[in-house]
Design a protein around this ligand. Structure first.
Ligand code: GDP
Ligand code: MN
Length: 401
C-alpha cells in the first residue's frame, strides 16, 4: 500500500466466521446446508423456528468449537422447548465467549457424521484436503489416537481438486459406498470455498449423511485471509464485530496486529518474531505482558502513535516497553512517532525504549533532545526488560532518556 510516498507492507488480521456465516459461503458454492435464521432474542428464535419448521436445532454462534459439549447446541421439538433452550443459550458463556446470536435451523436426521477440511499446508506448499468418517468429535483426538482414520491428501494447486481425486479420497477414507459421489461433491465444493473465498481454513465437522443418504454440512469453520479481504468486499462485513475485544477491533481497523493479554506491561515492537521474543524476555525478567503488538515492518510515526494510543487504552498497563529493530523501519521515524504520541497523550506510565538498527543513533538523539518525562532508554533487550519490569512494580530505574 502506498503511504507517504514509500511502499510499505501491511498485514491484516484474518477473519474467523461464525457457523452460520460460513454456511452462507458454503451455500454460495453449492454445498448442502440446512435453511435457517440468525436471531438475537428468544421471541425472534420462536418466529425463526416456526419458519424453518420443528424439530429445530438451536445453536450458539460463537467463535469457538465444542459448543455442543458446552450445552450451546440443543434440539427442540416444539415451541416451549425452543423457548427454554433459546433463553438458556442466549447470554451463555462458552469458554469466555458470550452468546449474543443464535442460529436456528431445521433439525437434520443423522445416519453418519464425517469430517472434511481444506487448508494450506505451508511446509508442503500445497493445499491439503482432509477427510475422516470419524466426524462429530474432536478431530485432533482422531489424528492423535487413530491417525489412519484421518485421510490427508495434497492437491496440485494449479490443477485444483478434481471430482475423481475427491472420490478417491472419500473411498480411501471409508465413506459408505453409496455416498462416495455425494462426499466427493462436498469436497470439491469445500475446496472451491477455500480457493475462491481466499480462506485459510474451510472445515466441516460434522459432514453428515442423512438416512435419505444426502450429504450435508451440519457445522462450518471458516477463516478468511485478512490480506485478501480487499478482493471480497461482500465478505468484509462478516466479521463478528460485536464479539470482538474492543481494543483488538480498533487494532484491526488500524491495520496493527494486536492481541490483548492478561499482564500489566505494554509491549510495542516491529515484526512478529521480535515482539514474540520481547514477550519472552519480559516474562523471563519476571514481568507479565499486557499485549502483543506488532506495529509492522515499515512502521512510521503515525503507526507508532496509534500503537501507543492502543496500548494505553488498556487500563491494566503500568509500564510500556518499546522494542524496535530498524530494518525497513527507521529509528528516527519511530522516535518522531513516540515524541508526537507523548505530546498528544501525555502518558502517566513510564516507557522504556530500545531502538536498534537503521537510524538508531538519530532516533536516540531525537528522544534525548525531546527529554520526555518518564521515558527511559535501554541499549539491550535484556536491560530493557529488566527496567520495564522494575518500573511496572513501582521501582525506580536509572536516569531518564
Ligand atoms: P460444535 O460442538 O461447536 O462443533 O457444534 P456442531 O454444530 O458440530 O454440533 C455439535 C453436535 O450436535 C453435532 O456433532 C451433532 O451431533 C449435534 N447436532 C447438531 N445439529 C444437529 C441436527 O440438526 N440434528 C441432530 N440430530 N444433531 C445435531
Ligand atoms: Mn462441530
Amino acid at each position: 500500500m502506498e503511504r507517504g510516498g514509500r511502499f510499505t507492507l501491511e498485514w491484516r488480521a484474518g477473519m474467523d466466521l461464525l457457523e452460520y456465516q460460513g454456511k452462507q459461503l458454503f451455500a454460495r458454492h453449492g454445498l448442502k446446508v440446512s435453511q435457517g435464521r440468525a436471531v438475537t432474542s428468544v421471541e425472534d428464535a420462536i418466529v425463526a423456528a416456526d419458519e424453518v419448521g420443528y424439530p429445530v436445532v438451536i445453536k450458539a454462534q460463537v467463535l469457538i468449537g465444542g459448543r455442543g459439549k458446552a450445552g450451546g447446541v440443543k434440539l427442540a421439538s416444539n415451541e416451549s422447548e425452543a423457548r427454554e433452550h433459546a433463553a438458556n443459550i442466549l447470554g451463555m458463556d462458552i469458554a469466555g465467549h458470550v452468546v449474543r446470536t443464535l442460529w436456528i435451523e431445521h433439525a437434520s436426521d443423522i445416519a453418519s457424521e464425517y469430517y472434511a477440511s481444506v487448508l494450506l499446508d505451508r511446509s508442503a506448499k500445497r493445499p491439503l484436503v482432509m477427510f475422516s468418517t470419524e466426524g462429530g468429535v474432536d478431530i485432533e483426538e482422531v489424528a492423535e489416537k487413530t491417525p489412519e482414520k484421518l485421510i490427508r491428501q495434497h492437491v496440485d494447486a494449479l490443477d485444483g481438486l478434481s471430482h475423481a481425486q475427491a472420490a478417491q479420497i472419500a473411498t480411501v477414507g471409508g465413506a459408505d459406498e453409496d455416498v462416495v459421489e455425494g462426499v466427493a461433491d462436498a469436497l470439491v465444493a469445500l475446496y472451491e470455498v477455500w480457493l475462491q473465498e481466499d480462506a485459510t481454513l474451510a472445515e466441516i465437522n460434522p459432514l453428515i449423511v442423512t438416512p435419505e443418504r444426502e450429504v450435508k454440512a451440519l457445522d462450518s469453520k471458516v477463516s478468511l485471509d485478512g490480506n485478501a479481504l480487499y478482493r471480497h468486499p461482500e465478505n468484509q462485513e462478516l466479521s463478528d464485530r460485536e464479539n470482538e475485544d474492543p481494543l483488538e477491533r480498533r487494532a484491526k481497523d488500524e491495520g496493527v496486529q494486536f492481541v490483548k493479554l492478561d499482564g500489566d506491561i505494554g509491549i510495542l515492537g516491529n515484526g512478529a518474531g521480535l515482539v514474540m521474543s520481547t514477550l519472552d524476555v519480559v516474562a523471563q525478567a519476571g514481568g507479565s505482558p499486557a499485549n502483543f503488538l506488532d506495529a509492522g515492518g515499515g512502521s512510521n510515526a503515525e503507526t507508532i502513535k496509534q500503537a501507543v494510543d492502543l496500548i494505553l487504552a488498556n487500563d491494566a498497563v503500568k509500564a510500556v516497553l518499546v522494542n524496535i529493530f530498524g530494518g525497513i523501519t527507521r529509528g528516527d521515524e519511530v522516535a518522531s512517532g513516540l515524541i508526537a504520541a507523548f505530546e498528544e497523550i501525555k502518558p502517566s506510565v513510564p516507557f522504556v525504549v530500545r531502538i536498534d538498527g537503521t537510524n538508531d543513533v538519530e532516533g536516540r538523539r531525537l528522544l534525548q533532545e525531546a527529554s520526555l518525562p518518564n521515558v527511559h532508554a535501554a541499549s539491550t533487550m535484556t536491560e530493557a526488560a529488566e527496567m520495564v519490569v522494575a518500573l511496572a512494580a513501582g521501582q525506580g530505574v536509572g536516569a531518564a532518556a
